[in-house]
Ligand binder design. Structure first.
Ligand SMILES: Nc1ncnc2c1ncn2[C@@H]1O[C@H](COP(=O)(O)OP(=O)(O)O)[C@@H](O)[C@H]1O
Ligand SMILES: [Mg+2]
Length: 302
């Protein structure tokens, strides 16, 4: 039985494609367990993808992850994890793009860095810095992943669709687009980015102290990677303690990653606005914590 919160979230996000996928999911999981010689070993928290703990034929633990194949996320995740090759991220053990499936090394004990924030926030930020330093390497030619600059189209589409200040202030979106474009044009490198490196996607592990899971995979300037951290964890929450942590987070990230503070601020701002644009495009209502982060960072922009 699939939890109702999961099936309704998939339906809302992917529409009929998602509902068709849900209908075939139990059979697909059964086939994959058989084809990859796995036994189920317990549930994991679900959002928009189906994940379960499994054991392989030799008894080693692993995680089976399935997503809507048509969305392309699972194929990009496989490409990215393969490129990372286990450096700072869980290893990819097997993948099947057509069936939208991944077999992943299990990060164990797997406690997310989210549990350290806000009480031990610098330790959580240090975990992110450590992981980023392991992950980032120049993108070789021909890696089949999207370019970061492609995400500029989201700003243009939003401005075309919403001519006024609803659901987001137009001047803020325009500024977000300008900052995003400027940072792409002055990129200091062209690396394979995780692309969604928030506190819930960094887990405690044994092979390395922290391993990333769930990469989106995108190619571009290394500074983009810190954007998700600034408005996380729990961006839906009204507890805004993390807003007061912004200055210390920015300083720690600039030092730890050797990225100028103004680029950290710029990416933090541009990505917070982008996150709200994604919310406006989907079924959600913009105006969550990313927006409040954008307003805090606005006066700090160069
Ligand atoms: N390789 C893994 N090792 C340990 N736990 C995992 C692993 N992959 C996923 N999980 C658990 O399952 C949850 C959902 O997986 P995730 O890949 O983040 O899915 P989603 O793309 O839906 O966010 C994670 O938050 C984590 O708790
Ligand atoms: Mg996740």
């Amino acid at each position: 039985m699939l939890p109702a919160s999961f099936t309704s979230a998939v339906g809302e996000c992917f529409g009929d494609t998602g509902r068709r996928w849900l209908a075939t999911l139990p059979a697909r999981v059964r086939d994959l367990l058989r084809d990859w010689d796995l036994t189920p070993a317990g549930p994991l928290p679900l959002s928009l993808n189906y994940v379960i703990r499994v054991r392989r034929a030799d008894g080693t633990p692993a995680v089976l992850k399935l997503g809507v194949p048509e969305a392309g996320h699972i194929a990009d995740e496989a490409t990215t994890l393969e490129f990372f090759g286990g450096r700072g991220a869980v290893r990819l053990l097997a993948s099947d793009d057509e069936r939208g499936a991944l077999l992943l090394e299990e990060a164990f004990p797997g406690t997310p860095a989210a549990q350290l924030s806000p009480t031990s926030d610098p330790t959580a930020t240090a975990a992110l810095i450590r992981v980023v330093r392991r992950l980032h390497r120049p993108a070789p030619d021909g890696v089949p992943l999207p370019e970061l600059s492609d995400r500029l189209a989201t700003f243009a589409q939003h401005l075309k669709r919403f001519p006024g200040d609803d659901p987001l202030p137009r001047s803020l979106v325009e500024r977000g687009a300008r900052v995003f474009a400027e940072l792409c044009a002055t990129a200091t490198g062209r690396v394979v980015l995780h692309g969604d490196l928030h506190h819930g996607n960094i887990l405690t592990a044994a092979r390395e102290p922290w391993l990333a899971i769930d990469p989106h995979g995108v190619i571009g300037d290394p500074g983009y990677e810190i954007g998700a951290l600034l408005y996380n964890p729990n961006p839906e929450s009204d507890d805004d303690t993390v807003l007061d942590l912004l200055p210390s987070r920015i300083e720690q990230l600039a030092d730890g990653l050797a990225i100028p503070a103004e680029r950290i601020i710029g990416w933090g701002f541009a990505q917070a606005v982008l996150s709200e644009l994604w919310t406006a495009t989907g079924s959600g209502k913009p105006g969550r914590r990313p927006l409040r982060v954008a307003h805090r960072l606005l006066p700090l922009l160069p």
